[in-house]
Design a protein around this ligand. Structure first.
Ligand code: THU
Length: 129
């Protein structure tokens, strides 16, 4: 079990998901060892909602950190949910390709993948050189 899972499960309880009724929690460990968490925050203007991963990344950056060492995402789904496309790009901004991504369910299923596996052929700063 990822040691980030308890933090992801706890923050998921705070998700604001009155429209989808689908609560998501994310916890990441930054290179300092500190853990940052986020949950999805939906909005009545649907596109204004934010994903759990985005919240955790924002918390990390707000604390002055820039490097993700591991990230865990949990949902109450039948199988572990993969991060959406936008969140894959957001994670890749702050994580090397080999960084582990743990995908979990509230009922105990867990999968392990990596940032590179989730976002092959990623657009990066090198493309703007
Ligand atoms: N959601 C996340 O928070 N993370 C993901 O990786 C996938 C989807 C949220 C967004 C929305 O609030 C709800 O799940 C349903 O799409």
């Amino acid at each position: 079990m990822s040691d980030l899972l308890p933090s992801a499960l706890a923050v998921r309880e705070n998700a604001h998901a009155p429209y989808s009724k689908f609560q998501v929690g994310a916890a990441l460990r930054a290179s300092s060892g500190a853990i940052y968490v986020g949950c999805n925050v939906e909005n009545v203007a649907y596109p204004e909602g934010t994903c759990a991963e985005a919240g955790a990344i924002a918390a990390m950056v707000a604390a002055g950190e820039r490097e993700i060492a591991e990230i865990c995402v949990v949902a109450g789904s039948p199988t572990p949910i993969p991060p959406c496309g936008g969140c894959r790009q957001k994670i890749a901004e702050f994580a090397a390709g080999g960084v582990p991504v743990i995908l979990a369910t509230t009922s105990g299923a867990q999968e392990k993948t990596t940032v590179a596996a989730l976002l092959p052929g990623a657009f990066d700063a090198g493309h703007m050189a």
